[in-house]
Ligand binder design. Structure first.
Ligand SMILES: NC(=O)c1ccc[n+]([C@@H]2O[C@H](COP(=O)([O-])OP(=O)(O)OC[C@H]3O[C@@H](n4cnc5c(N)ncnc54)[C@H](O)[C@@H]3O)[C@@H](O)[C@H]2O)c1
Ligand SMILES: OC[C@H](O)C(O)[C@@H](O)CO
Length: 363
């Protein structure tokens, strides 16, 4: 794809700002500049909406992250490099990139051990007090901007962030070729977990949700089986899933991508003896958990938080090679000025992924 150089002075830095729950405004904010020789300046082309953006918009907080001052929303973005710092060798103006939106300290024990997603000093876009990427220009370290290969569009580039979340979850699950994987929740993260599990060689992939239409989509996307969770006990839902998928001994791997308490309980009953369970969903902080079943089955339980070393690279590669078709998840693209409508649509469940074009982008 030909590169195109953009004049940064001609770029608007209009931003979509959350002032307080339910109160959003558009604001022309000061343009960021390159302050570190390793930074680049990127014109944001497309941004997807994450459940966490919607949560901040509706409630103004997630756990102990509370929006106290106006905050620019958005962290699932792709853009075009406009300017590079003097030390940057990997990128040049005109390059199209997926933006990794969290910047760790690089010095703590977690960063030094390669687990930078656990850095206690992480600066993460649209997690208070830090501004997000629903803006015109974004300054970032060059090594957190991933060049999109020819053939991968900027729209697909905006889906790399949730795909990297799924890559990290599936890596935590250690999925092996031929294994059976049950994914609880068929929202964007659950769908992408199913797709990544397939790419890792899983041969049975069961998607579970409470909404039939989401499962219809999952079946067309990559799941081999689907199950609508019923208002019955977790044990009975687990029994039904095992029967449906022909897994009498349970699934090798179960991933929760719903955060819902009944789904987490069902997960522990559906995983096989000695199997693996990964918690990807973020719902209530405390729940009733079938800890005896976990103990007696010697289940390996792991958490999964955001993404770390190699996850963005693999996400880009899965899209480049067509092994995960993220385009199918894009319900539509709206102009920057329609950002609030897009949030409404995601909140009401009308859309899987809506992209918001950058303020300088024509839709
Ligand atoms: N671990 C991380 O780093 C990370 C990153 C991003 C998102 N998340 C979390 O992952 C989860 C999924 O994200 P998403 O964007 O796909 O959200 P989403 O809300 O679009 O999807 C959740 C899905 O779970 C379904 N669900 C609800 N109750 C259920 C139940 N009892 N059984 C089965 N399914 C049920 C919903 O119908 C929905 O389709 C969220 O909890 C989100 O906060 C975690
Ligand atoms: O994909 C990244 C997630 O949305 C974030 O970690 C968010 O949920 C909390 O800051």
């Amino acid at each position: 794809m030909a590169t195109q150089t953009i004049n940064k002075d001609a770029i608007s830095n209009l931003s979509f700002v959350l002032n307080k729950p339910g109160d959003v405004t558009f604001e022309e904010r000061p343009k960021p500049t390159i302050t570190d020789p390793n930074d680049v300046l990127v014109a944001v082309n497309y941004t997807g909406i994450c459940g966490s953006d919607v949560h901040y918009w509706v409630h103004g907080a997630i756990g102990h992250f509370v929006v106290k001052d106006p905050m620019v929303l958005g962290h699932e973005s792709a853009g075009t490099v406009v300017e590079v710092g003097p030390a940057v060798k990997s990128l040049k103006p005109g390059d199209r990139v997926a933006l990794e939106p969290g910047y760790p300290c690089r010095r703590c024990s977690f960063c030094r051990a390669g687990k930078y997603n656990l850095c206690p000093d992480m600066v993460f876009a649209a997690t208070p007090p830090y501004h997000g990427t629903l803006t015109g220009l974004w300054a970032a370290p060059a090594d957190f901007c991933y060049k999109l290969p020819d053939g991968v569009s900027l729209q697909e580039g905006a889906l790399i962030e949730p795909l990297a979340v799924a890559v990290h979850i599936v890596k935590q699950a250690r999925v092996q070729p031929g294994q059976s994987v049950v994914v609880m929740g068929a929202g964007p993260v659950g769908l992408l977990c199913a797709a990544v599990a397939k790419a890792y060689g899983a041969s049975t992939i069961v998607s579970v949700d409470i909404v039939q239409s989401k499962l219809d989509f999952a079946r067309g996307f990559c799941s081999t089986h689907t199950y609508v969770s019923q208002r019955i006990s977790a044990e009975d839902n687990a029994k039904a899933i095992k029967e449906l998928a022909g897994l009498p001994g349970g699934a090798d791997v179960v991933i929760d991508a719903s955060g819902a308490e009944p789904s987490i309980q069902t997960s522990i009953h559906v995983v096989r003896m000695g199997g693996t369970y990964v918690q990807g969903g973020m719902g209530k902080s405390d729940i009733t958990f079938p800890i005896m079943a976990m103990c007696l089955k010697e289940v390996t339980v792991r958490g999964s938080f955001r993404y770390g070393a190699g996850d963005y690279e693999l996400a880009v590669e899965l899209v480049r090679t067509g092994r995960v078709d993220v385009k199918k998840l894009i319900t539509g693209t709206v102009s920057f000025k329609q950002a609030e409508e897009a949030f409404q649509k995601v909140k009401s469940g009308e859309a899987i992924k809506i992209l918001i074009a950058g303020p300088n982008e024509k839709v």
